[in-house]
Design a protein around this ligand. Structure first.
Ligand SMILES: *Cc1c(COP(=O)(O)O)cnc(C)c1O
Length: 496
């Protein structure tokens, strides 16, 4: 059976999976959603004997129905290989009564690798299938982790160029160093004088700029997106929830069919939406617990039914979650509006115009599986310290937000359901914040001294991704105003 994708904002624009991957964003500014969520056609029991790659195939073939078996298996084999430092790809680690799903074993040590190591293959395969002759220009806004993962995925991939915009003062020192040392003749990294929302809005505006699209086409280019608005990002993320369930079952931690909860540290709402899709495919997930940092727009939304971005943007120690416009929430809004594109479009217009929208009580009632929570900076730091002192396990700041929210949820609800916490980054990526949480005395040390100290106390080898940047040269030093993002892109591509 063929599955099609349509825009969350209009009734037409029905496209195949490969076309949706190529376009990234629908032409009306909406996001592509599958016309229905497919079901898994293997049993939970069967999953226990499969590898990560085999499970990836079972999940992804249901969403990407216009890919042949050969094409999809090729993409999966290329993506989930020895770039990951464990053949489990996404191992589970039990600590203090929860299961941490470690999504940071890829080449840039954040969970973005889970999707961005396969996206270049999905995209170039899609281009071939659709006889695209233009060079594909990946336009990306990043709050820190997407940028590096996308750069690593696309560097020197034939037929592509990639440009990444990041908030100059809004990412961790390690994150910035990872990006500005990126090699590859087709890569370009630009710091903007603004925050992540500015970067994301600037990128979205370029996608919706018909004039620019024409100029690009004349010069032999077309845009695509590596952001989580691309369904080619979302679909690979469904896989690891299915994989996590299969390992819990295999290891006898849960019974066949037993419900689990998941906690996801959330920014753009991509990762938790993937968990929701996994649940919709038939995976026994109970609560989807959405964890925010001080930028708790989603927590407020789940509580009140009002999404309101009119508030101060707070820089936190979990920068990849410093977001006030969670783009992927639109896909959920569309769904709870009864797949009504017009109703969704009205809400999104209100968000663009006034920065706020309200959902109906009927819509809110459909969010019962979601639970919102948030953790401030002090609580996040205390969580890192407590878990380390109790178990020796060191988690990063984003994961700590989720762990803190889980603790709150458990004590408020007495819900003892087995729980998977999405562990979205290696602590080595946020070394200073992590080490300061454990002991503020560490603050006087240099970034790489801290790396070695973390390795010692956590008894974990320094990841390759960190070793690589220790002495790497800075290759990108462009900084631009938010208003000049388009100009910067055109200059780089030599368009007039
Ligand atoms: C991107 C990111 C998040 C947020 O994920 P979303 O899919 O945007 O909600 C959380 N933690 C880390 C480390 C990230 O890189």
């Amino acid at each position: 059976m063929n599955l099609f994708y349509k825009s969350t904002r209009s009734k037409d624009d029905k496209v195949t999976a490969s076309q949706a991957i190529l376009k990234g964003l629908a032409s009306d500014g909406g996001l592509f959603v599958p016309t229905e969520i497919p079901s898994l056609d293997v049993s939970l029991e069967e999953l226990t004997s499969m590898t990560y790659q085999e499970i990836a195939y079972e999940v992804m073939k249901k969403f990407l129905t216009d890919f042949t078996e050969e094409e999809l298996k090729y993409c999966i084999e290329k993506a989930y290989d020895s770039k990951f430092d464990t053949d489990q790809i996404a191992p589970l680690r039990e600590a203090d009564g929860a299961y941490y799903l470690e999504l940071f074993h890829g080449s840039t040590i954040a969970f973005k690798d889970m999707a961005l190591s396969i996206l270049p293959y999905l995209l170039t395969t899609s281009a071939k299938k659709n006889q695209v002759e233009n060079e594909i220009v990946i336009l990306t806004a990043t709050s820190g982790d997407t940028g590096k993962a996308a750069l690593a995925g696309f560097a020197d991939v034939e037929g592509t160029k990639i440009i990444v915009f990041y908030p100059k003062n809004g990412v961790s020192p390690i994150q910035e160093k990872q990006m500005v040392t990126q090699k590859g003749a087709n890569t370009y990294v630009v710091g903007i004088k603004g925050n992540f929302d500015d970067a994301q809005s600037g990128v979205k505006a370029m996608f919706n700029d018909a004039e620019l699209a024409k100029e690009m086409d004349a010069a032999g280019f077309q845009f695509s997106s590596a952001n989580s608005i691309n369904i080619g990002r979302l679909v690979p993320q469904v896989v690891y929830y299915v994989y996590a369930y299969s390992r819990l079952l295999k290891d006898g931690k849960i019974a066949n069919g037993e419900t689990i909860n998941v906690v996801v540290p959330t920014g753009n709402f991509g990762n938790i939406l993937a968990a929701f899709y996994a649940k919709s495919m038939g995976l026994p997930i109970g609560k989807l617990i959405c964890a925010s940092n001080d930028n708790k727009v989603l927590f407020d939304f789940f509580k009140t039914g009002t999404y309101d971005r009119n508030r101060e943007f707070i820089l936190t120690s979990s920068p990849s979650m410093d977001i006030l416009i969670s783009s992927n929430l639109e896909r959920l809004i569309y769904r709870i509006a009864g797949n009504d594109a017009d109703a969704n479009a009205v809400l999104m217009q209100s968000l663009t115009k006034d920065g706020v929208y309200h959902i109906t009580d009927e819509m809110k009632a459909q969010l019962a599986d979601f639970e919102g929570g948030f953790a401030d900076e002090a609580k996040t730091a205390a969580t890192i310290k407590e878990l380390y002192e109790k178990t020796g396990y060191v988690i990063d700041t984003h994961t700590a937000v989720a762990a803190a929210v889980y603790e709150d949820y458990k004590s408020a609800s007495n819900d003892e359901t087995k729980t998977v916490i999405a562990s979205t980054a290696s602590p080595f990526k946020f070394t200073r914040s992590v080490m300061n949480a454990i002991d503020p005395a560490y603050d006087v040390k240099g970034d790489f001294e801290l790396v070695d100290e973390l390795s010692r106390i956590a008894e974990v080898k320094v990841p390759q991704a960190i070793e690589e940047i220790r002495n790497a040269n800075i290759l990108h030093d462009t900084v631009c105003e938010v208003a000049d993002m388009k100009k910067t892109v055109k200059e780089w591509l030599h368009i007039q």
